[in-house]
Design a protein around this ligand. Structure first.
Ligand SMILES: [Zn+2]
Length: 67
């Protein structure tokens, strides 16, 4: 493998990680929509209403940014 191949692979790895992050935001311990503290750190929203509202806004934002 030469340098060009390695650079190519790094780029692919980087963009796939980036894509993953964009498609599924990290859980922070707080509801991503209303900011409420969550008991379960792997949770991202406090309930499904927050998740639904967040997803709706998120899709709208994506559409508006032209992605
Ligand atoms: Zn919430």
């Amino acid at each position: 493998m030469d340098e060009a191949d390695r650079a190519q692979m790094d780029m692919e790895q980087y963009s796939s990680v980036r894509k993953q992050q964009e498609e599924s935001p990290k859980s922070t311990g707080y509801c991503l929509y209303c900011g409420e503290k969550l008991k379960n750190k792997n949770q991202r929203w406090c309930d499904k209403d927050c998740r639904d509202d967040w997803e709706r806004e998120w899709k709208l934002r994506k559409k508006m940014s032209g992605q």
